[in-house]
Design a protein around this ligand. Sequence first.
Ligand code: ADP
Ligand code: MG
Length: 333
Amino acid sequence: MPVKGLREIGEFGLISKIRNWTDASRADVVQGIGDDVAVVEMGKKVLLITTDILIEGIHFERSWIDPFRLGKKALAVNLSDIAAMGGIPKYFLISLGLPKTLPFSFVSLFYRGLKEMARRFQVDLIGGDTSLAQKIIINICLIGEGKRGGLLFRNGAKVGDDLYVSGTLGDSALGLKILQDKSIPKKPKGLIDRHLSPTPRIELGQALGRKQIASAMIDVSDGLLSDTKHILEESKVGARIWEDRIPLSGPFRKWVSPSSKDRYRIALAGGEDYELLFTASPKWKASILSLSHSLNIAITRVGEILPKKEGFHLIGKEGEKILPPQTGFDHFK
Ligand code: ADP
Ligand code: MG
């Protein structure tokens, strides 16, 4: 049956079609469409290239986020993709679509935020493009470096591996919900910050890549369920996740009561956590624990990798099997 609209096919269905339309002709392309970044061979090293777009009214509203934080976040979400490969971020280009009526101070503050994030992760702005647009459009292309054999792809998960996630989940999605809710005058800062100012897990990604501790990795941008699915599809395996092991922050627990149906739905399907989700052989358990201590980042074992025929399911509090509900964010659904 021919596909009529993008709504039917969805964002990931569309990307999969695009992937089929593309032929890989160059031998130096190690990884094209289908992972967190593209990987291209350059002599002994590999170049990592990733791009992300932020559109006013879709990804952000000017009334929620100030230009300084917007600048930081625009770069942070790209850095997160390099983190998910275990790479070293280096240079970026930024293209902007801007309305004529936008105050100059908005742009200068935006660049201040961009610069702060760039300094923190030692990346340089090396170019871009500027155009008139109806709404603010921000596109960054970030270039990084990696070593062959030191990178982590989505396709390396093995049956018997543990599934881990860094930090806590759901804070960003809850923060966004609160930002959108006009009936909440006093907004909890911690949750809002997790949405507006994500931290890319660059050091953790590199540490997991360097010794190949992880077997597969992705950043949680679309939600735990959706991003786990990406690993499972690329690795051709199944998995189970224990619902009550999903790491929730103190503020999240305070805001969403344990009895609320939303509790796990937000943490499982809410996006923009920018945490790292990875698989690792059980032999690395102690190394992962010590990494968590040395970097001061919580790392939680939330599940395990199963043979593909077992599919993907959650285990509830009473040990019951739950089929994953509607997964994370899809732009067209
Ligand atoms: P992420 O959430 O990490 O940004 P996406 O789900 O957006 O990743 O993209 C998955 C893969 O599809 C990546 O390899 C990305 O480069 C590729 N991709 C996304 N959109 C397009 C497009 N319009 N054309 C070609 N490739 C695309
Ligand atoms: Mg990604």
